[in-house]
Write a protein that binds this ligand. Structure first.
Ligand SMILES: C[S@@+](CC[C@H](N)C(=O)[O-])C[C@H]1O[C@@H](n2cnc3c(N)ncnc32)[C@H](O)[C@@H]1O
Length: 235
């Protein structure tokens, strides 16, 4: 694969971690190491300061925040630490349908942080609502009908902001990741799946066109984007 092959989204590429029969130890190591990768590239510190903190602070009461497709739970734990530092009272829920992800995430459970095995449709069907719903690196995993359902579910689950942060397809993301991941990749799916993820990910205009009315897609760093919407749930 050459970076020239990035002009179109490679939706048919399957990530190794999405194979239900993949090596469980490699998968667990991959989920654990997402913590380091997310810290380095995901930009949740600035998303928290720009969007989440102002909203949570404006509520003037304890808030509830959902991280959908939480994987190993590191993004949720990081957001919880940032809010704690700002003296915001928040109950944090991480949800993921994959029990193998939850096994890793449970190690991060603590007072105010819980993890549940559920997907977006199940939480919506149960009538759950949250003050904010976030996700990291979920939307590029989905096919177009999965994306539409996930986007719709997340608005139905939130009374406030919805933020989906992901990779932005491009040569810079591909080149930087191919080099930067080398020291972290041993014994994991990080290298193969990371490069496949980049090829499966969107450019801002493509994602905006698919998500349609009610959504805004911001390109952040040259290799990141974030889709934002207002939730539609009632308080
Ligand atoms: C690449 S992992 C990202 C994990 C984590 N958010 C991170 O950034 O490290 C994508 C996760 O999304 C989950 N997922 C896929 N479809 C989902 C849905 N409809 N609702 C909730 N989670 C979903 C998968 O089980 C998987 O754990």
């Amino acid at each position: 694969m050459t970076p020239g092959g990035l002009s179109e989204r490679a939706e048919s590429l399957v990530e190794l971690m999405d194979d239900p029969d993949c090596d469980p130890q490699r998968l667990a190591r991959t989920y654990r190491r997402f913590g380091v990768v997310n810290r380095a590239i995901s930009g949740w510190g600035s998303l928290y300061r720009r969007y989440l903190r102002p909203h949570l602070a404006s509520l003037d009461r304890p808030a509830r925040v959902l991280d959908l497709g939480c994987g190993g739970g590191d993004v949720l734990a990081r957001l919880a630490a940032l809010a704690r530092r700002d003296h915001l009272e928040v109950a944090w829920t991480g949800a993921d349908p994959d029990p193998r992800a939850l096994q890793v995430a449970q190690r991060r459970a603590s007072a105010g942080i819980e993890f549940r095995r559920a997907d977006s449709a199940a939480l919506r069907a149960a009538g759950e609502t949250f003050d904010a719903v976030v996700s990291n690196h979920v939307i590029h995993h989905l096919d177009s009908s999965g994306l539409a359902a996930f986007a719709d579910d997340t608005r139905a689950l939130s009374t406030g902001v919805v933020l989906h942060s992901d990779i932005r397809r491009g040569r810079l993301a591909y080149g930087l990741f191919a080099v930067g991941i080398t020291p972290l990749a041993a014994g994991t799916f990080l290298r193969t799946d990371g490069l496949r993820s980049i090829r499966r990910s969107y450019r801002p205009a493509e994602l905006a066109a698919l998500l349609g009315a009610g959504w805004r897609v911001e390109g952040l760093a040259p290799f990141r984007l974030c889709a934002l919407a207002e939730g539609e749930a009632r308080d």
